[in-house]
Design a protein around this ligand. Sequence first.
Ligand code: ATP
Ligand code: MG
Length: 396
Amino acid sequence: MKKVIIIKYGELSTKSDNINFFLKTLKNNIDKKLSNIEHEIKYDYGRMLIYTDDFENSVDKIKEVFGIHEIVIGYLFKEKDIDFINEKALELAKEKDFSTFKVETKRSDKKYPIKSPEVSRIVGAYILKNLNGKKVDVHNPELIINVEIRLGEVLVYFNDGEKGLGGYPTSSMGKGLLMLSGGIDSPVAGYLAIKRGVKIEAIYFDSPPHTSQMALKKVKDLAKILTKYNGEIRLHVINFTKIQEEIIKNIPNYYLITIMRRMMYQISALVASNVNAHVIINGESIGQVASQTLKSMQVINEAIRMPVIRPVCTYDKLEIIDLAKKIGTYETSIEPYEDCCTIFVPDHPVIYPDLNLVYEYEKLVDFKTLMFEAIKSHQVILINENDDEKKYEDLL
Ligand code: ATP
Ligand code: MG
């Protein structure tokens, strides 16, 4: 009898049109996750089986992979004789603590001579006979003994699996560019996008010397936490100092943020197109700050045509914080280094910006040239899950 890890797909299995692509992507993602552990993966439309000797570490790693509904340990054997199945089911059930149970059988080997309900009945009766004090409860059993008669093998497992992260396999939906600041919201937004199968790259607007090296380090650290879910992340660092200084010098104070964010959007959209990303993702949440009123979002969004996804848009701050804690970004996000948005916040930023005024103000600075300069000199940092900070490689 061989112990295996069973991966159940959940929502994935409803994607009948391109299920092959999804499963291949899921397999690749798990392969990458388990790159340091010897393993072999086999799969069909029903489930994925992972063969390894290191169950504990493998399951821990697989719990970080999207596109998985449930992870459960199962037992495989080749002998399909019903007496043998009875013995094995009994041997495995003996290890479990339960008083009520039922047997559920699936028969993907349609040539197997005994139909599924009959297999369940036979195995159930055998367990009742050989284990004292157990009762069958078909509605609410403590233990479910699953028997799957497959081509060339039988698989037995119980209802003791661990929940997977759900969602779609990362990168199965294409690429998005995450506007990653050092705050609490944007890493959570990134996580939620990754969960729906979006492979992310990240962009950070840096304003040295107004922002410190530590602020950039914090963003790298956050990106690194997200690599756990996304795999390698390319972090695009844009030097935003000049643009920001020109805005502060030339634009009326209460429109600073509106225009600054329109510039961030435009640069993000250009970088996104360059890296074949289809959408921008950010951590905006309705009403959280002046630039996130619906009217502000409309006026800021007007600067670009690329769609912007805002996964935490309808979340309360407390909900975002809960999720940040769960995914492990919270402690890093609350480190005290300020980013470029927090240092120049005016006292009374406009809440209902007027688009025509924005157009007029934007004529006061040659933003086009400044934006192209910023993009031309931008830095790309490759962030890997397993490497430590020193190995970050600057790819100019
Ligand atoms: P966060 O907690 O994610 O920093 P926030 O509530 O502080 O968000 P803002 O500063 O208005 O809100 O920013 C809204 C969103 O814009 C952020 O969630 C992030 O996606 C993006 N953003 C803000 N500043 C930067 C930056 N310096 N670099 C990249 N993206 C940024
Ligand atoms: Mg912020």
